[in-house]
Design a binder for this molecule. Structure first.
Ligand code: ADP
Ligand code: ADP
Ligand code: ZN
Length: 216
């Protein structure tokens, strides 16, 4: 299969971004991530929706989900422009799942399984390149030089929502809203479960083999 359409599911910190980058490079597809898209539009005025907050950033800093209207629109546009993709960070609830179902067909659904304590360790030690988006971890995946991106030399920063308190809040929001999405795909018999607690390279071997098996 050329240009596979891949969905990658997993809790915050499970390693979706790390594996998605490799998938995008290996298969020559787009990495579509709602988290990055929203971070680039944190200050967007959504007051016309008349909801709890007036910008995506306020939801994100609280660890809550940004309203479906905003996220669905981002995904629709990105999917229309992509010839093969790995979708990361979406869908996060039932209504987004239904919406996704109505706009595209998927070839592979991956699920990275990681235990909660490990998720918190990963999130609180995460560092991100401000130029190219590459992700590191201060202990588990450190850059060669502290604070500097191996790939592009850019500065690394810590996300505002990667504090222990907001990380735990996000994991709760995940359990309540997104865990049922995983069950939905499991019930359909299409969920490819991967042990996300292995090293990044070992996870990648499983991810790559799974996509290749589905593609043939
Ligand atoms: P992580 O990589 O840790 O799972 P993301 O970068 O995917 O985190 O998401 C960061 C924040 O962006 C979320 O806590 C949420 O506020 C918002 N967000 C991202 N994707 C969605 C989505 N599909 N629906 C609603 N909010 C989202
Ligand atoms: P997600 O996109 O699911 O929130 P990331 O890919 O951003 O997750 O990874 C979260 C953090 O965990 C990052 O600091 C990353 O370097 C680290 N990480 C990713 N995969 C692994 C792994 N297999 N083992 C240990 N740490 C990992
Ligand atoms: Zn970089």
């Amino acid at each position: 299969m050329s240009n596979p359409r891949i969905l990658i599911l997993g809790a915050p910190g499970a390693g979706k971004g790390t594996q998605s980058r490799r998938l995008a490079e290996e298969f020559g597809i787009e990495h579509i991530t709602t988290g990055d898209a929203l971070r680039e539009n944190k200050g967007m005025d959504i007051s016309h929706l008349d909801l709890e907050y007036d910008t995506p950033g306020e939801y994100m800093d609280a660890g809550e989900l940004v309203p479906d209207e905003v996220v669905n629109e981002i995904v629709k546009t990105a999917l229309e422009e992509a010839n093969g993709f790995v979708l990361d960070g979406y869908p996060r609830n039932e209504s987004q799942t239904e919406y996704l179902d109505s706009i595209t067909d998927l070839d592979v659904v991956l699920y990275l399984d990681v235990d909660e304590d490990e998720l918190v360790r990963r999130l609180t030690g995460r560092r991100v390149c401000e130029d190219c988006g590459a992700t590191y971890h201060v202990d588990f995946n450190p850059p060669e030089e502290a604070g500097v991106c191996d790939e592009c030399g850019g500065d690394l920063y810590q996300r505002e929502d990667d504090t222990e308190e907001t990380a735990r809040e996000r994991i709760e929001v995940y359990e309540e809203n997104t865990a049922p999405v995983v069950e939905y795909f499991r019930d359909q018999g299409v969920l490819e479960e991967i042990d996300g607690e292995q090293t990044p390279d070992e996870v990648w071997e499983d991810v790559k083999a799974t996509v290749e098996a589905r593609a043939n």
